[in-house]
Ligand binder design. Structure first.
Ligand SMILES: Cc1ncc(C[n+]2csc(CCOP(=O)(O)OP(=O)(O)O)c2C)c(N)n1
Ligand SMILES: CC(=O)[C@@H](O)[C@H](O)COP(=O)(O)O
Ligand SMILES: [Mg+2]
Length: 629
C-alpha cells in the first residue's frame, strides 16, 4: 500500500481497510528506517492513524498544520513527497527530523522546541482572517507540550479571539518521561474516570437517539452557561477557556478519528479535539518503554536492542556526581523541565525524591522556581539542555543574576548536538550567559573536570553555569574526590613559542592534538585550557599573548559574543589590541543536522580544521622570518 502513496491525494483514494493496511506498513517503514538513522521512534509510532485521518479530512497544504515540537512528523513527511528520501533522515544533507519550511510547503511552520504550535497556528488563523481567506488551521500538540507556558498563553488568547482554529491534543500520558502536573492529572480524569465516562457515554447515546437533533442538542448544551453544562459537557477546563471540547477519542481507531475531525472542521471558533494515543504503538519494545524509545540512536529492529558505547556520557557523570555531592549537602535540590532521563537526574530522583522536581516543559518556571528555592536557603541545580535554556533568558537575568542567587545551571547538550539539527544545537549559551553580570560560566575539557566543576558550582555563592556536550566523555580516569577549582583560572597544558591556542570545553583535547600536528609542521603552539569563559584568566591570557603575539581561540559555540570575543575584548582593554587573534567557532549561521563529527569537520572544528585555520592565519612576518631561518 505504501508503494501507492506518494502524496496526500493518493491517500484520499484509499478505502478504510486500505488506510489501516497503510498504517501498518508505515509503522514498519519507520521502525526499519529509524533503526538505521536514529530518531524519534515512539512519538511517531503513536500518531500514525491520527496523521492519516488528518490528511484524509483536511486539504493540506491549502489547510495548514503545525506539529508541536515536530518530533512526530515522520508520517506527515512520508506522505508528502519525502518517502524516497526518508532513508536520509537526520543525516547531513538529508531529510530533517523536524518540520522545516525550507524542505516542503507542507511544513508551514518550523518547530523543535515545545509548546509553540498554538501561538503560531493562532497567528496564522488571524492572518487568514485579515486576508479574508478561508482555510483551516490545525495545531497538533502533545500532553507534554501542553504543560509549557506558551501553550497556555496561546489557549488563553485563542479563547479570547474566537477565530476558527483546531487544536488536536495528542494525549499519551507521556512527556519524554511520564507526564507530570495538575493538568496531566486532569487529562487523566477525562480519559479514565469511570463515573465521568459513563455519564458522557449515556449523554452521547441519548442524544444520538434523537435523529438530526442529537448533534445540535450536544452543541447547544456545550454552549450553555452554568451547572447543566458541567453535568453534561466534558473538558470544562477547555470550554471555560472558550474552546469547544471534543473527545476523548481513541487515536488509533480510524473511523472514530475521521468522524470527530469532520465534526471539528465543521464547527466555528476554537475547537479542541482530545485524542488518546499510545506512545510507541505497534512496536513492543517502544510500547513497554516509551521513555527509552522516545528518541534513539541506531538499534536492532528485530529485538529493539540499542547500540550504545561502553564509555559513560557527560550526562551520566553529572548525574552520579550530583547524587554524591547531595549525600553530603542536604541543601542540594535538583530541577528538570521534563527531562529527568536526558539530563541524568533520574538517579537523583530515585535517591532523593523529595529534593527532586520535574516541573514539566517549563524552563522559565524552572529557573524562577530555583531562584525561590535559593532564597529559601537551598542550593538548586537546574539541569536544562543548552538550547532549551534560551527560553528562560529573562528569568536568568531578572530572577537569578540581578539578585546574585546561588543557582547552578547545568547546561547539557552544549555545542554541536548533531542529528536533531538547528533547533537543538547548543551554540548560543556562552554568548548569552557571559554578558550577564554576576554570572560565572565554565566548561569542562573532559568528564573528570566536569565533576570538579560541579563541586565548584555548589561551593560558589552566586549564579554559576557549567556547559558540557552531548554524548560520551573521553574515558579519562576520574579523580576520587570532586574538588572546587579556583574560579577564573585556566591551566597551561603545553608550552609553545609561536602561537597560543586558547580552547574551552570539548575543544581543549582537539587543540592539544592540533598542537602536536602543528609541531610536526614547524609551528610551536602553546595550549591553554581556559576552563572559565567568565571570569577570564586575564593574567594568564595577557602573559601568553605578550609572549607569542598571536592567539587562536577555539570554542564550540557561536562566535558573536562568545569566548573568542571575550578574549579579544580582554586584549584590547589591556592595551594588546595589536596582538593577532584568530577566533575559531561557528560563524553567523544556524548549524544543520548531521553526525556531530561530520558537522565539526564542516565547520572547521575538528583537529584538521584547527590545524588548517592556524596555518592559513599564520602572520605573514612570522612566515617570512621562518623561511629566512
Ligand atoms: C522547550 C523544550 N523543552 C524540552 C524539549 C524536549 N522535549 C522534546 S519532546 C518532549 C516531550 C513532549 O511530550 P508530548 O508533547 O506529550 O509529545 P509526545 O512525545 O508524548 O508525543 C520534550 C520534553 C523541547 N523539545 N522543547
Ligand atoms: C524532540 C526533543 O526535543 C528531544 O526529544 C530531543 O531530541 C532529545 O535529545 P537527546 O537525544 O539529546 O536527549
Ligand atoms: Mg505525550
Amino acid at each position: 500500500m505504501l508503494a501507492r502513496v506518494n502524496t496526500p491525494e493518493d491517500l484520499k483514494a484509499l478505502s478504510l481497510a486500505e488506510l489501516e493496511e497503510l498504517a501498518a506498513e508505515l509503522r514498519e517503514f519507520i521502525i526499519n528506517t529509524v533503526a538505521h538513522t536514529g530518531g524519534h521512534l515512539a512519538p511517531n509510532l503513536g500518531v500514525v492513524e491520527l496523521t492519516l485521518a488528518l490528511y484524509r479530512v483536511f486539504d493540506f497544504p491549502r489547510d495548514k498544520i503545525i506539529w508541536d515540537v515536530g518530533h512526530q512528523c515522520y508520517v506527515h513527511k512520508i506522505i508528502t513527497g519525502r518517502k524516497e528520501r526518508f532513508g536520509t533522515l537526520r543525516q547531513l544533507g538529508g531529510v530533517s527530523g523536524f518540520p522545516s519550511r525550507e524542505e516542503s510547503p507542507y511544513d508551514i511552520f518550523g518547530t523543535g522546541h515545545a509548546s509553540t504550535s498554538i501561538s503560531a497556528a493562532l497567528g496564522l488563523a488571524k492572518a487568514r482572517d485579515l486576508a479574508g481567506d478561508h482555510y483551516a488551521v490545525v495545531a497538533v500538540i502533545g500532553d507534554g507540550a501542553l504543560t509549557g507556558g506558551m501553550a497556555l498563553e496561546a489557549l488563553n488568547h485563542a479563547g479570547h479571539l474566537q477565530t476558527d482554529l483546531i487544536v488536536v491534543l495528542n494525549d499519551n500520558e507521556m512527556s519524554i518521561s511520564k507526564n507530570v502536573g495538575a493538568l496531566a492529572n486532569y487529562l487523566s480524569r477525562l480519559r479514565s474516570d469511570p463515573a465521568y465516562r459513563r455519564l458522557q457515554e449515556e449523554f452521547e447515546s441519548l442524544t444520538s437517539r434523537l435523529p438530526g437533533f442529537g448533534p445540535r442538542l450536544r452543541d447547544f448544551l456545550s454552549r450553555l452557561k452554568g451547572s447543566v453544562k458541567y453535568l453534561v459537557v466534558p473538558g470544562m477546563f477547555f470550554e471555560e477557556l472558550g474552546f469547544t471540547y471534543l473527545g476523548p477519542v481513541d487515536g488509533h481507531h480510524l473511523p472514530t478519528l475521521l468522524r470527530i475531525l469532520e465534526r471539528a472542521r465543521a464547527l466555528k471558533g476554537p475547537v479542541l479535539v482530545h485524542v488518546v494515543t499510545r506512545k510507541g504503538k505497534g512496536y513492543k519494545p517502544a510500547e513497554e518503554d516509551p521513555d527509552l524509545y522516545h528518541g534513539v540512536g541506531p538499534f536492532n529492529p528485530e529485538t529493539g536492542e540499542l547500540y550504545s558505547s561502553s564509555l559513560p556520557t557527560y550526562t551520566e557523570i553529572f548525574g552520579r556526581t550530583l547524587v554524591r555531592l547531595a549525600e553530603e549537602d542536604p541543601r542540594i535540590v535538583a530541577i528538570t523541565a521534563a527531562m529527568p532521563s536526558g539530563t541524568g537526574l533520574k538517579l537523583f530522583a530515585q535517591r532523593f525524591p523529595h529534593r527532586f522536581f520535574d516541573v514539566g516543559i517549563a524552563e522559565q518556571h524552572a529557573v524562577t522556581f530555583a531562584a525561590g528555592l535559593a532564597v529559601g536557603g537551598y542550593r538548586p541545580v537546574v539541569a536544562i539542555y543548552s538550547t532549551f535554556l534560551q527560553r528562560a533568558y529573562d528569568q536568568i537575568i531578572h530572577d537569578v543574576c540581578l539578585q546574585r542567587l546561588p543557582v547552578v545551571f547545568a547546561l547539557d547538550r552544549a555545542g554541536i548536538v548533531g542529528e536533531d539539527g538547528a533547533t537543538h544545537q547548543g551554540l548560543f549559551d556562552l554568548a548569552y550567559l557571559r554578558s550577564i553580570p554576576h554570572m560565572v560560566v565554565m566548561a569542562p575539557a573532559d568528564e573528570n573536570e566536569l565533576q570538579h566543576m560541579l563541586k565548584t558550582a555548589l561551593t560558589h555563592e552566586g549564579p554559576i553555569a557549567l556547559r558540557y556536550p552531548r554524548g560520551t566523555g573521553l574515558g579519562v580516569t576520574l579523580d576520587a574526590d570532586p574538588r572546587p577549582l579556583p574560579i577564573g583560572q585556566g591551566v597551561v597544558l603545553r608550552e609553545g613559542r609561536d602561537v597560543t591556542l586558547i580552547a574551552i570545553g570539548n575543544m581543549v583535547p582537539r587543540a592539544l592534538k592540533a598542537a602536536e600536528e602543528l609541531a610536526a609542521q614547524g609551528i610551536s603552539a602553546a595550549v591553554i585550557n581556559a576552563r572559565f569563559v567568565k571570569p577570564l584568566d586575564i593574567e594568564l591570557i595577557l602573559r601568553y599573548a605578550k609572549r607569542t603575539r598571536w592567539v587562536v581561540t577555539i570554542e564550540e559555540g557561536i562566535l558573536a559574543g562568545g569566548f573568542g570575543s571575550a578574549v579579544a575584548e580582554c586584549l584590547t582593554s589591556h592595551g594588546l589590541g595589536e596582538v593577532k587573534i584568530t577566533r575559531l567557532g561557528i560563524e553567523d549561521t544556524f548549524v544543520e543536522h548531521g553526525h556531530p563529527e561530520e558537522l565539526r569537520k564542516k565547520y572547521g572544528l575538528d583537529v584538521q580544521g584547527i590545524v588548517r585555520a592556524v596555518l592559513q592565519s599564520r602572520p605573514l612576518l612570522r612566515l617570512t622570518s621562518r623561511k629566512t631561518l
